[in-house]
Design a binder for this molecule. Structure first.
Ligand SMILES: Cc1ncc(COP(=O)(O)O)c(C=O)c1O
Length: 394
């Protein structure tokens, strides 16, 4: 327990709830994208026709119809060769991360990850006391030369954790060449690869890249997916797809945690997928977020002072800022809260610390005008902070 820390994001979200505050801090999907009417009718039909079984205990592996639907979608949308028996339904993909930590990691084991990486994965794995080795990352993904260097220094490394599509927090998407290169190195060093892909369907521009799981020819990739960002996060339904022998172990670990993911939400999603067109609904979400991304990038271009760099993501929910070296994003956050705008300082996305001059901004959770106002406030706070830091010569 001494290793565990409160998530900085949750702490910020607690202070960022007042209506005057513009919060660029969370990673919340737009609530107006939730298909409330369709969910209401689907739930009513579900309860009328199969209510007792939807409210009964169920198998740990997950609802059979849902597992089949997930396997079919992964094959059709991403060319991932999987099958219902290779799928474990989890209580959000966050649970998948914890279960993977539980079955793979002993204290001191090396986990390789992008630098920066998803805070929720750091926190999930940290319980199992691994050593994190951060691999340098640029706009095309993990840098292969640095990964080779990290592996030569840590040849017994156990897991490689990656978010290749529109990463949380950086918004970056890996090139195909990097994907193939990482898999080749993983194979050479017999690493298990965890591909966490909750944003894979949220591309707004550019060409889709194949998932690692579709390029993997020796079954080393565990692919985590989720209905959180393309349907509703509150239902808490995600999945792991991978080798059956690994899925069997994950099932044992999950049995001890929650027996199974709620039958009701699993049956609801299975029925929704049968009756409605999720692919079309996702098109609508993409159009909504594309407009928001464009609005945020245009405001950042317009408002930010010289010397601040930011990513231009082709998908996902986040933009990543690099402030001039020496500018502390935690100090900027304090100045921003006075301006009634919040964001997440980037330092906590680096498991080994440092990088205090970075920040994550979310663009999915509010309309373009509010995003623009949020960026204006942030830029104002930054200019004030910079003016205060430079002693006046007048
Ligand atoms: C990269 C990544 N993985 C996993 C999760 C957890 O998602 P879920 O709601 O499926 O548990 C998130 C949530 O923000 C995420 O950004």
């Amino acid at each position: 327990m001494n290793q565990m820390r409160a998530s900085e994001i949750r702490e910020i979200l607690k202070v960022a709830v007042s209506p005057e505050m513009i919060s660029l801090a969370g990673g919340l999907p737009a609530p107006e994208s939730f298909p409330l009417a369709a969910i209401a009718t689907t739930m009513a039909e579900l309860l009328a026709s199969e209510g007792a079984s939807a409210l009964q205990y169920s198998t740990t592996e997950g609802d059979a119809e849902l597992r089949a639907a997930i396997a079919e979608r992964l094959g059709r949308r991403f060319a991932i060769a999987t099958a219902p028996e290779r799928i474990l339904v989890t209580t959000g993909s966050q649970q998948g991360l914890d279960l993977i930590g539980k079955i793979f990691l002993d204290p001191g084991d090396v986990v390789l990850c992008e630098s920066p990486t998803y805070l929720g994965a750091i926190n999930a794995f940290r319980c199992y006391q691994p050593r994190f080795v951060e691999v340098a990352t640029d706009d095309d993904g993990m840098e292969l030369a640095d990964l080779a260097r990290c592996l030569a220094a840590n040849p017994g490394a156990k897991l490689l954790y990656a978010v290749p599509d529109f990463q949380n927090p950086s918004g970056r998407c890996w090139s195909r060449e990097r994907r193939a290169g990482v898999l080749a190195l993983a194979r050479r060093y017999r690493l298990a690869v965890v591909e966490d892909a909750p944003y894979a369907e949220l591309r707004y521009s550019g060409e889709p890249q194949p998932p690692l799981a579709a390029l993997d020819d020796d079954d080393t990739v565990l692919y985590l997916g989720s209905f959180s960002k393309v349907f509703c996060p509150g239902l808490r339904v995600g999945w792991v797809s991978g080798a059956e022998a690994v899925v069997e172990k994950l099932v044992l670990a999950k049995q001890a945690v929650d027996l199974h993911t709620p039958s009701l939400t699993q049956r609801l999603i299975a029925r929704y997928l049968r009756v409605h067109d999720l692919d079309r609904a996702i098109e609508g979400i993409r159009a909504l977020y594309r407009e928001r991304r464009d609005a945020m990038l245009a405001s950042l271009e317009r408002e930010l002072p010289e010397g601040v760099r930011f990513t231009r993501p082709a998908g996902g929910l986040f933009v990543w800022l690099e402030l001039p070296v020496g500018c502390d994003a935690r100090e900027l956050l304090a100045a921003c809260l006075a301006e009634r705008v919040a964001f997440v300082p980037g330092g906590s996305f680096f498991p080994n610390g440092g990088h205090d001059n970075t920040a994550r901004l979310n663009f999915s959770a509010m309309p373009p005008e509010r995003l623009a106002e949020g960026v204006t406030r942030l830029a104002r706070a930054l200019r004030r902070l910079q003016a205060a830091a430079v002693p006046s010569v007048a």
